[in-house]
Design a protein around this ligand. Structure first.
Ligand SMILES: Cc1cc2nc3c(=O)[nH]c(=O)nc-3n(C[C@H](O)[C@H](O)[C@H](O)COP(=O)(O)O)c2cc1C
Length: 213
């Protein structure tokens, strides 16, 4: 067998290491799971922040960790989540996070953020400009691979919407408990989301939620 060109091997390795160094996963601190505001008080306080009141303060990584865990984190071993899924499947809706310093996918298994780009797309994903002022903007999209595992394929999109309802309500309650502002947003810029998040074919964005302080 002919030896491979060492220049090609060197270039491939260089590209591999440069990419690994550029895109780094972010470990999230453990979410808050005790103390603080109780669920009944959070239910009383749950509301959507008005666009004009969207704060520009910095939401901490710890607060974001709690919000993401509430949305679709593990709460009982390796097969129990904060939200109910059809057939007990793992989450078939993906949560992306648009931040000042880039775009990330929430990895519920590792409770970590997987960096996808270094671009600030907060102001691009929704039609209403106040969304871009928030510290973080969450985007909820269907995961076509995850949906394939559903027994009833004719109900897949419906089940995904039910899941987004549960996830976003959990975000509302966690935000209320942490005294953060949020709002369910349907007025999305679908093409911009597709481009910014690099969603797989067949994935459909369902909602956006700014998380602000
Ligand atoms: C399915 C759905 C779609 C929504 N879409 C938008 C939207 O595109 N833009 C917006 O500003 N608010 C949107 N909202 C937020 C609602 O306007 C808000 O929940 C409603 O005014 C009630 O206020 P509350 O959440 O404080 O009870 C949406 C809410 C839901 C449930």
């Amino acid at each position: 067998m002919r030896a491979k060109n060492p220049i090609i091997i060197f270039c491939a390795l260089a590209i591999f290491f440069i990419n690994s160094a550029v895109f780094a996963d972010v470990s999230l601190p453990p979410p808050q799971s005790s103390e603080g505001m109780g669920v009944f008080e959070a239910l009383k306080k749950r509301s959507s922040v008005h666009g004009g009141d969207m704060g520009t303060g910095k939401v901490s990584l710890g607060e974001l960790s709690t919000i993401l865990w509430a949305a679709s984190g593990l709460n009982r071993g390796e097969k129990g989540w904060t939200v109910p899924m059809a057939n007990g499947l793992p989450p078939y809706v993906t949560v992306h996070v648009a931040a000042d310093d880039g775009v990330f996918r929430y990895d519920w298994k590792a409770h970590a953020l997987v960096e996808l780009s270094k671009e600030n797309v907060k102001g691009k994903v929704a039609s209403q400009s106040f969304v871009g002022r928030a510290s973080y903007v969450l985007v909820f999209s269907t995961d076509p691979e995850g949906l394939k595992a559903l027994r009833d394929q004719s109900a897949a999109e419906e089940f995904a919407c039910v899941l987004v309802g549960a996830m976003t309500q959990d975000v509302y309650l966690a935000a209320a408990a942490l005294k953060l502002g949020t709002r369910y947003i349907h007025s999305m810029k679908l093409d911009a989301i597709q481009e910014a998040l690099g969603l797989p074919e067949g994935a459909r964005p369902i909602a956006v939620m700014p998380v602000a302080k």
